[in-house]
Design a protein around this ligand. Structure first.
Ligand code: SF4
Length: 76
């Protein structure tokens, strides 16, 4: 899965949401999040983010961000 990290806070762009083929972005408290079970790992959103806030969970130390993204995408 891909996850959104805190670079997203206060970002006003939603380019990522528009390109996602499965609509798995959700509103968190002050940033967007990706539902880790809905993301199909296509990678299309990553280069669209002007804040460099979208990362693959294969990067080091991403487990907490995966859980953060899950928590806020499941509150709806
Ligand atoms: Fe959506 Fe693809 Fe980004 Fe996952 S990697 S959030 S499916 S655009």
């Amino acid at each position: 899965t891909y996850v959104v990290i805190d670079n997203c806070i206060a970002c006003k762009y939603t380019d990522c949401v528009e390109v996602c083929p499965v609509d798995c972005f959700y509103e968190g408290e002050n940033m967007l999040v990706i539902h880790p079970d809905e993301c199909i790992d296509c990678g299309v959103c990553e280069p669209e983010c002007p804040a460099d806030a979208i990362r693959p969970d294969t990067e080091p130390d991403m487990d907490e961000w995966v859980e953060f993204n899950r928590k806020y995408s499941e509150q709806w």
